[in-house]
Design a protein around this ligand. Structure first.
Ligand code: GCB
Ligand code: CA
Length: 897
């Protein structure tokens, strides 16, 4: 909330006030409350220091920083597992003017991860647990007025905290630090009670709707910390968004020193309703005035709205009496290279990026986000599901229950007046519905229903764990929240997305017959560096990711009790220990961690947005290198929400096609060189347009010989996926055993079958492990074993040849992370890595008894370089001969000398 007075020039009411009261009264009333940022000029140290709280502690060697700040932003490097989880200290010198002497002075923190102890002038002020909600401490009692004061804060994001408060686990890294804004509040000693869960203490409800009149109520509390009992006046004024005064409500109250006074107002208004289509907001200005009304003691300005929410099994989610299918995505709060320490402007941009897909919904997961996110949802029009981090596991009893309750109330009361919040959540993927978990859920649900009966409640479940949900407790847990969310990864971790329709029907029948359900998560990963024309499950390709959503959207649309879709997730996010294509990253985003748009983003936009759009796939991959001689036939997919689009290649019309389910496919033939593709709408919608510059290199000549380009030839062995680090880099050409130009004799690409006991049940190409000493992990993660020979028809000349290997299998039993253990992954990944082989090039032995483990280490990138002279038409012949175990090869680089 802000304390700023409404723009003086535009408010006639204020003008009248100015004539009415003495000028000095107005000036005085504007002086307080004050809310000022104290983000600048802090000192930081990443360790525990015993006397850091002392006023004259020498912090000159500490690092100068500004807030938002995290101490893990760059911890999570490719090859390094783990990130700093421990204590750190922050200090700040703050001058407090003498004029604040008889005021209420407070420190207001929007969020510190994950727990902190606060000291001012070597006096303990308080502790806050939980990294995702705001909190406030009154400090006037320990301040020195007219002097510098020393704030010292111990912050801790250690793991062992997790037993006492949520989250216990979860698929996300927990960055430590003062990563949201910090403010100093200076108020009069009679004030809207910010100590009530660090809220505005003015709560807006719209309980009734009769014809065009929307009933509203304003409740809250005022605290008197002055030494006297006093009569006060509370006034609420409701303005339209363009500052027109619509309502004034006022009443006098008696306050007693040290005691909170509760107020309650009711009225009604012919209001425009808030919705994602038209997010109409009103401005509520709440004031505490002196008895004679000459002085404003406290003042809060908040945006509010009128909207009505309900849900049922036959119509689904209902907003303002109209069924509305929820469509959107979940979000985490970290950002490329910034960790959690993201400025508000970028948080707001994320909400805008989601809105641009045509979404009407956001799952603010798995914890409360910065207040700016909720405000952006209010003004841009996105309904939200906001939750506390009750993730994976609910420990028994207190203090967990107590801290969950505090967190829940902080989340609820801090965001209470945001019309965008429609659903409160408290559990995500609890593995087992044991007694305490069910009790916890009930307790959370009861609190929400008691304090905020106008909103809905939800939990999210994971179908992999349903075997744990048999029996009475299982049944019980599905009948607590208004909505049962299901996080479904059929077609990714297991199963197939094509059967999602019957999968949903079964979920409904078996687990949620009395409650509507929601697709609270569904998603597939894609590494923005990987593309393929032959998408397969778990290949991390852009093409598979876009295919994945289609059946979910189609089948969801047919089922009214499936109230909405929340894609997992808007942006890739950091997760220590994940071993997908990009280490320590969850790649299921529609956007990358630095918010580049993947094709998936546009696919969703084509399905959900009404604003005319066209997107030619492959913008992150504008280079084609092919071993197809002379001409390359290739399908290009275009996403659009128009009926028909035309595609031009180098200004010549290729064709006009109908768009179906957001897609049109064009077969194009490419010759060597630069190509300019342009797609436009042919149905009177030339406003939507997209174009793409494609560099096509066809390396094979008429006679079937490869012309090695200046930059070299990069082969990804055992693959059907192309790889490109970034636009400026070179393309890695996939070579599988089926290739006809590069001929592979012997061997098969390694495919791993994951069984159901591993929680995952699917087939994956290669291994999902971080390969050390390289960021080309996808090149090394896949390979051909047992390979005997490769024939590469390059022209005569002098070349350098680099062979890329890794030993993919660990010798010992695989060490499991806690998360893997918790996911039920068995410790059976035992493999042997005893291999030794000889390599020769065109008959010349170049290495004997190569042992990858000895030479490079396990799961570590290894490269061997040779030079060779190719005579006549013999080409390059690489022979691998086993001495012990299987031969293996991941990649080849060939360069002209
Ligand atoms: C889930 C979790 C989410 C994970 C996601 C995934 O079901 O709720 O936190 O990130 O799956 O990507 O596996
Ligand atoms: Ca690596």
């Amino acid at each position: 909330y802000r304390f700023n007075i409404i723009d003086l020039r535009q408010s006639r009411f204020v003008l009248v006030l100015m004539l009415f009261y003495s000028f000095s009264a107005i000036v005085r009333s504007q002086e307080f409350p004050i809310r000022m940022s104290i983000n600048k000029d802090w000192k930081f140290i990443k360790k525990d220091i015993s006397n850091a709280v002392e006023v004259d502690h020498d912090d000159s060697q500490w690092q100068p920083i500004n807030i938002p700040h995290t101490y893990n932003a760059t911890d999570i490097l490719d090859d390094e597992e783990g990130y700093y989880r421990g204590p750190a200290w922050y200090r700040k010198k703050l001058f407090i003017p003498a004029a604040y002497k008889h005021k209420k002075v407070s420190l207001y923190f929007e969020g510190v991860s994950a727990r902190c102890n606060i000291y001012v002038n070597n006096r303990y002020v308080g502790q806050h647990l939980g990294g995702y909600t705001a909190f406030v401490f009154d400090i006037e009692g320990v301040l020195e007025f007219g002097k510098d004061n020393i704030i010292a804060i111990k912050v801790d994001n250690s793991k062992n905290l997790s037993i006492t408060m949520p989250p216990v686990g979860g698929d996300f890294s927990i960055f430590g630090g003062i990563y949201r804004d910090v403010h100093l509040l200076v108020k009069n000693k009679i004030f809207f009670n910010h100590n009530y869960y660090a809220s505005s203490a003015v709560f807006w409800n719209t309980p009734t709707q009769k014809k065009k009149e929307g009933g509203f109520s304003i409740k809250g509390q005022v605290m008197n910390h002055s030494p006297y009992d006093k009569k006060i006046f509370i006034r609420h004024r409701l303005f339209s968004a363009n500052h027109q005064l619509l309502k004034t409500l006022e009443k006098s109250y008696d306050t007693q020193t040290g005691i909170a006074v509760h107020f309650h107002f009711n009225d009604q208004l012919k209001a425009n309703l808030w919705s994602p289509f038209s997010p109409t907001l009103y401005v509520l200005v709440s004031e505490i005035l002196t008895e004679d009304k000459t002085q404003v003691l406290d003042k809060i300005e908040q945006k509010v709205g009128f909207r009505y929410i309900s849900v049922n099994q036959t119509e689904g989610f209902i907003l303002n009496n109209t069924p509305l299918k929820l469509r959107g995505a979940a979000t985490h709060q970290d950002y490329h290279n910034l960790g959690y320490a993201v400025p508000d402007s970028l948080r707001v941009k994320d909400v805008a990026l989601l809105k641009e897909t045509g979404s009407n919904f956001i799952r603010i997961s798995h914890y409360p986000h910065d207040r700016s996110v909720y405000k952006a949802c209010d003004s841009l029009g996105l309904l939200s599901w906001s939750e506390i981090p009750g993730v994976n596991w609910i420990p028994y009893g207190n203090p967990f229950l107590q801290y969950s309750e505090t967190m829940l109330k902080e989340m609820m009361f801090q965001n209470y007046n945001s019309p965008s919040v429609a659903i409160w959540g408290y559990h995500n993927e609890i593995w087992e519905p044991h007694l305490e978990a069910v009790a916890h859920a009930r307790s959370m649900n009861n609190i929400l229903k008691k304090e905020d009966s106008e909103r809905l409640t939800a939990m999210a479940f994971q179908s992999t764990f349903f075997k744990n949900y048999k029996g009475d407790l299982g049944k019980e847990i599905f009948n607590i929240a208004d909505i049962n969310g299901f996080n479904i990864y059929e077609g990714w971790y297991q199963g197939s997305m094509e059967t999602i329709g019957s999968f949903l029907d079964n979920l409904k029948k078996e687990y949620s017959p009395h409650r509507p359900i929601m697709l609270s998560e569904f998603g597939a990963g894609s590494d923005p560096r990987i593309f393929t024309d032959e998408p397969t499950i778990f290949d991390f390709s852009s093409s598979y990711q876009t295919l994945f959503y289609e059946p979910y959207l189609r089948e969801g649309a047919k089922r009214p009790w499936m109230i909405g879709y929340s894609i997992w997730i808007l942006s890739d996010f950091q997760r220590d220990g994940r071993k997908d294509a990009v280490p320590n990253t969850n790649n299921k985003g529609l956007l990358t961690t630095d918010r580049r748009k993947k094709d998936a983003y546009y696919y969703i936009q084509s399905r959900w947005s009404k604003k005319p759009m066209i997107h030619i796939t492959g913008h992150l991959f504008p280079k084609i290198v092919s071993l197809t001689p002379l001409k390359l036939q290739k399908n290009i997919t275009i996403f659009s929400n128009l009926h028909e689009i035309s595609l031009y290649q180098n200004d010549a019309l290729i064709g006009t096609k109908e768009v179906r389910d957001g897609k049109a496919l064009f077969g194009i033939s490419f010759q060597e060189g630069k190509h300019f593709l342009k797609a436009i709408g042919s149905d009177q919608n030339p406003s939507a347009i997209d174009s793409l510059h494609l560099q096509v290199n066809l390396l094979v000549d008429q006679k079937g010989f490869i012309d090695i380009p200046e930059e070299g030839l990069y082969l990804n062995i055992g693959q059907t996926r192309t790889y490109l680090k970034d636009k400026e880099d070179h393309v890695w050409v996939p070579i599988s055993e089926k290739d006809t130009i590069v001929k592979i004799i012997g061997g098969q690409p390694f495919i791993k079958t994951y069984e159901k006991e591993h929680a995952f049940e699917n087939v994956r190409l290669g291994i999902s492990e971080n390969i050390k000493k390289t960021d080309l992990d996808p090149i090394f993660q896949t390979f051909i074993e047992n390979i005997k020979q490769l024939n590469i028809p390059i022209k005569k000349g002098k070349y350098s040849v680099q062979l890329l290997f890794t030993e993919p299998f660990v010798l010992d039993q695989k060490k499991l992370s806690d998360a893997e253990k918790a996911w039920g992954i068995q410790n059976s990944d035992q493999e042997t890595a005893n291999r030794k082989f000889n390599i020769s090039i065109n008959g010349d032995n170049i290495i004997s008894n190569l042992n990858l483990v000895k030479r490079f280490g396990i799961q570590t990138a290894g490269t061997l370089s040779f030079q060779t002279q190719i005579q006549n038409n013999e080409g390059l012949r690489i022979t691998l001969e086993t001495v012990e175990g299987n031969t293996i090869l991941s990649g080849i680089i060939i360069q002209k000398i």
